[in-house]
Design a protein around this ligand. Sequence first.
Ligand code: GDP
Length: 503
Amino acid sequence: MNVNLNQDTICAIATANGVGAIGIIRISGNEAFQIAAKIFEGKDLQEVKTHTIHYGYIVDKSPNASFDVRDASSNMQNDLVENDGLKPETRNPKPENTEVIDEVMVSVFKAPKSFTAEDSVEISFHGSPHIAKKILEVLVKNGARLAKAGEFTMRAFMNGRIDLAQAESIADLIASENEASRKVALNQLKGGITNEISILRNDLLNFTSLIELELDFGEEDVEFADRTAMNKLLLNLRHKLSALIESFQYGNALKNGVEVAIIGKPNAGKSTLLNALLKEERAIVSEIAGTTRDTIEEVIHLKGTAFRFVDTAGLRETTDIIEKIGVTKAKEKIASAKVLLYLYDERDSTTEEVIAFVKEFHREDLKIVLVHNKVDLTNDETPNEFDATLNLELFPDYCDELLRISAKDQTGIEAVKTVLIDYVENLKDQESNVIITNQRHFDALQKSLQSVLQVEEAVSSGIHTELLAYELRNALEQLGEISGEFTNDEVLGNIFSKFCIGK
Ligand code: GDP
């Protein structure tokens, strides 16, 4: 990490691009107050108390001075870049010629009590992109630099105000599109995962210290670490790590939604079912300007979780593929799905056919739900012979759900929704309050678990203490990666580059 980068005073728009009632520009760094004071007509911002807000004007005291935002930062957003087109000789500052840019409110936060833990200023201006551009220009003219993506949050991390997992949760919070993803991100921001991890790390650290003490005594054959207690601790660690790892499936469902595939022969009623499921959703979403039909047709939100219908545009295509090319191709199509709704019309299917399909497509991590459609046409007792045969052949090894619906009459649609909601509920591990939602954490936890397993093996096989210590250090490092205690610049750069500018 380039240390000088952190000494610059940076600025960026913190609000969304476009017109709004109010826009906010953030400034952070050692010279935040001096620079803000130079462009603010009102109280002296270098003298005011922290956490106060002030009314005044943003002014440019040298409006004719040359300025090109691109000189200030290579990461500049293009729409903010505009050359004034003036010739160099006409670019002399004219202090007497002050230009008022906007009437604003300015908030002042003194270090370390700010988001970045640095001196910070926030300018609330009238939300025009043009005004934003002009204020940024005048800030850069007076010594600030345009911030790179995620730079404010990176500073908060570098200055020790938040750990890496919390920084990541801020990005998740901004990206959250539903209740579930908002809640898990917020929990993580409060330090949920880091707290849990640091308890694990402390246990491991105590253990490692004792083992290393044994190493210091070399040949003397002493055992400071009680091997029975050690085994107990390792077991506990393994248990906790496994629970966290397992929570990823649930966390991922909450954060990214659950992929659902609707499969069945042509005319089984797949489109009709999808329309029935989307019906209420569409009514709500269509009122929001700017949402496209394509996206709303494929996602429904149930109890705060998003369910994504895989390849709905190609429902027919999927069935054609099964018929023409075979199951391998179809399998690829539903490879990413977590729930498969297999729809059949009894009049157009045989039980052998359904059984063969389910057995072929059965996968450990795929929930297959049999959906008997068009029951309005047969109207017989429940379950009828057809379904009873399926039940006998397939339950509980291949699937455990058979729903009888009429997509056309919209009966049984609630049951389909309940199955989807229950699927997510069942992923939840009641024991663990902390949910992993981040692939990077998941990877680090898995590596930690591997190390713990290796330590366990080492202990039970009476392996050399030195190797034991090595494995333990390994696990400690993996766990430290989550909170950022052990992380290289590349990983950091990768994490923060995913943020938007101004965050
Ligand atoms: P897909 O090819 O699987 O997508 O099937 P569609 O959804 O296009 O439906 C095929 C035909 O079956 C259409 O004429 C639908 O109106 C009809 N259909 C779908 N579901 C039902 C149902 O529950 N009952 C009855 N009677 N007809 C249905």
